[in-house]
Design a protein around this ligand. Structure first.
Ligand SMILES: *Cc1c(COP(=O)(O)O)cnc(C)c1O
Length: 381
């Protein structure tokens, strides 16, 4: 790694060495098409099925419930569109929240243009959705509830156990985007028996980009997604991303192995940074619940500034942070998540997300805070 300080782990992570080592043969000599009938194909096919088995073991589900996709965005698209179209005779109502990732929100918007009705629930000022609000929003037309386990901007954790049980009791399919949860929370699926669908992405957990999983609980009513050559039991066609699958399997295994140790380390550093920021930078506050929050997330609002300037100033000092909001070709929109928890558009723009990970160190935190004190003062004029 170079001298830059990376505090943007929620946006993506580097590949772990063990993951690279596992992938290497499949980037070189083991290049066979898994669908063929010769030895090259068998090697590739075995690698996929071995990975599926390993993932099912770690996630505590059945092998046949693990489907490989091109990443978190595709998994969310498949879950939501797949359930919507498979169940449209039963009803056309979907429930989600205002703080979902764009891959959920824009999929819901698309369905609204195609005859579905979507309720976007409010969250409280801590960023938590009230289970009673979900209950009240359910109608006899509701077919799907989709709520992320952990929010990617503010790291807040929802009560997935209670929400999924409510949906189960009402005979409604429940999907959760667990992309920011895995590795921070034990998402063993035998503990979440009422979750029907769960999305995972490789590149948020030190695995490769362009690979993900949709867990589909056996018996869940969902349409096939990509039509073609019948890979993934005909439910998601396309020649498999063999090296991605092998890498993802290793990444999941490793990240689920050391959850406790990793959380202890990250939480200590996170709390150290939060304490110092709140003490040493006046008029700063943390966005989102401190109690129901993952160990790696710091999202802080500095009153009286715009983040575009701060992020660029941090970048000039070698610090990689994020606004947590959608940033397309340099234009920054105020975060829909921060506005949903009650921040004004200006306050949202004056917020910065730091997300910690494997290479984060106390010296980095100290450097970031010293620079931040300076930058915030300057940008407040
Ligand atoms: C990153 C992310 C996604 C998108 O996953 P990709 O693999 O990048 O497509 C979806 N939801 C959440 C919560 C994320 O953090």
């Amino acid at each position: 790694m170079n001298e830059r300080i990376y505090m943007d782990y929620a946006s993506t992570t580097f590949l772990r060495d063990e993951v690279i080592d596992t992938m290497k043969p499949y980037l070189t000599e083991c290049f066979g098409n898994p669908s063929g009938i010769h030895e090259f194909s068998r090697v590739a096919k075995n690698a996929i099925e071995h990975s599926r088995e390993n993932i099912a073991r770690v996630l505590r589900c059945q092998r046949k419930e693990v489907f490989f996709t091109s990443g978190g965005t595709e998994s969310n698209n498949w879950a939501i569109k797949g359930v919507a179209f498979a169940n449209r005779k039963k009803g056309n109502h979907i429930i989600t929240t205002k703080i979902e990732h764009h891959s959920v929100l824009y999929t819901c918007k698309y369905l609204e243009q195609n005859g579905f009705k979507v309720t976007y629930l409010d969250v409280d000022s801590d960023g938590i959705v009230n289970v009673n609000d979900i209950n009240n929003a359910i109608t006899d037309k509701t077919i799907l509830v989709s709520i992320a386990f952990v929010n990617n901007e503010i790291g807040t954790i929802q009560d997935i156990e209670a929400i999924s049980e409510l949906c189960h009791n009402k005979n409604i399919i429940f999907h959760t985007d667990a992309i920011q949860a895995i590795g921070k929370i034990d998402i063993s699926l035998d503990k979440y028996e009422f979750v029907n669908l769960l999305s995972i992405s490789g590149h948020k957990i030190y695995g490769p980009k362009g690979i993900g999983i949709l867990y589909i609980k056996d018996g869940t009513s969902i349409d096939n997604y990509i039509h073609g050559g019948s890979q993934e039991k005909g439910r998601r066609s396309g020649t498999e991303n063999v090296y991605g699958i092998v890498g993802l399997s290793k990444a999941i295994e490793l990240v689920c192995e050391d959850i406790d140790e990793e959380n202890r380390k990250l939480k200590e550093l996170r709390d150290y940074m939060i304490d110092r920021i709140l003490k040493e930078i006046p008029n700063s506050r943390i966005n989102g619940s401190l109690k129901y929050r993952t160990s790696n997330n710091i999202n802080v609002c500095f009153e009286g500034i715009k983040d575009e300037g701060i992020l660029l100033a941090l970048d000039l000092k070698g610090i990689c942070a994020s606004s947590g909001s959608s940033c397309n070709s340099g234009s920054v929109n105020s975060s829909h998540v921060l506005q949903a928890i009650g921040l004004s558009s200006l306050e949202a723009q004056g917020s910065v997300r730091f997300t910690l990970g494997k290479n984060s160190k106390k010296e980095d935190a100290d450097y970031v805070i010293e620079e931040l004190k300076d930058i915030v003062k300057r940008y407040r004029g």
